[in-house]
Design a protein around this ligand. Structure first.
Ligand code: ADP
Length: 256
């Protein structure tokens, strides 16, 4: 069995069921701090479930999930909360509030750290320190000039960058992106993945991204995990993933 201490995340023999549906079936996966891991699969193979388990939003039906060298089942409530705060999620839908200014959407990245009144105050009257930090996060995504713009006025690509700035403001040690580019054109998809990889290089944050586009996955991730029907079919260095691996993933789906 793998050594827990070597991994930022480790799941061992994890099965996750939703009623009669087996979303994950005896999955084992270890991710080291600072890796850029791509998860590729046909739809319904368990990518989102895997990310949610790694991020502490779901509990396994059986098996062990560890984070930072400790079994999550032994975490206190406080530790579970802190673990969730330490994992940033970027969803395909972005989850921004279009009516709010960009600055408020970015500040929302830390609302989980505050009580209700602190959260409201930060959204409506962010303090100088928050404003400076928002500026620094927007600088990373080249969007400082839109800081006080209403979010709905931004283009789709710019809104994606706001979602990344929000996760940077949250300052987690790992960023999980769940099919972040499946609804965008190829140029925007490339920009977004380039940005995530740059963030990984500059900050050392672990990045796990689920993708449909194999070429992008091979280009931007260092390691690729291929899933089918709740199981890991391969787990290899991205450059060694070949046509046969991919055919197996998608052909098997067609047969099942
Ligand atoms: P992917 O992200 O690869 O598309 P998912 O992890 O979303 O796959 O889903 C894997 C399987 O688990 C699918 O059959 C899906 O319908 C099922 N599933 C996921 N979440 C739930 C849920 N909350 N309730 C019931 N079934 C679910």
């Amino acid at each position: 069995m793998a050594n827990q201490g070597d991994h930022a995340f480790l799941i061992q023999e994890v099965t996750k069921k939703f009623g009669d549906t087996i979303a994950l079936d005896s999955v084992c996966l270890g991710v080291e701090t600072g890796e850029v891991v791509g998860i590729i699969s046909p739809s319904g193979a368990g990518k989102t479930t895997l990310l949610r388990l790694l991020g502490g939003m779901l509990q396994p039906s059986s098996g062990q999930v560890s984070a930072g060298g400790r079994m999550v089942s032994q975490f206190s409530q406080k530790e579970l909360l802190s673990r969730r705060r330490n994992t940033g999620f970027i969803h395909q839908s972005l989850d921004l509030v279009p009516e709010l200014k960009v600055v408020a959407n970015v500040v929302a990245g830390r609302l989980g750290y505050m009580g209700i009144w602190g959260a409201l105050r930060s959204l409506i009257w962010p303090c100088k320190e928050d404003l400076n930090r928002v500026y620094a996060c927007l600088e990373r995504v080249a969007l400082t000039h839109k800081m006080f713009e209403r979010t709905s006025k931004l283009s789709g690509g710019q809104q994606q960058r706001v979602a990344i700035a929000r996760v940077l403001f949250q300052d987690p040690s790992a960023i999980f992106a769940d099919e972040p580019v499946s609804a965008v054109d190829p140029a925007r998809a490339k920009d977004l993945l380039e940005l995530l990889v740059r963030i990984n290089k500059e900050t050392g944050k672990t990045i796990i991204v689920s993708l449909h586009n194999i070429e992008l996955a091979r280009k931007f991730c260092t390691r690729l995990v291929g899933m089918r029907a709740g199981r890991i079919e391969f787990d290899k260095t991205a450059t060694t993933v070949g046509v046969h691996d991919l055919e197996a993933l998608y052909e098997l789906e067609a047969r099942s």
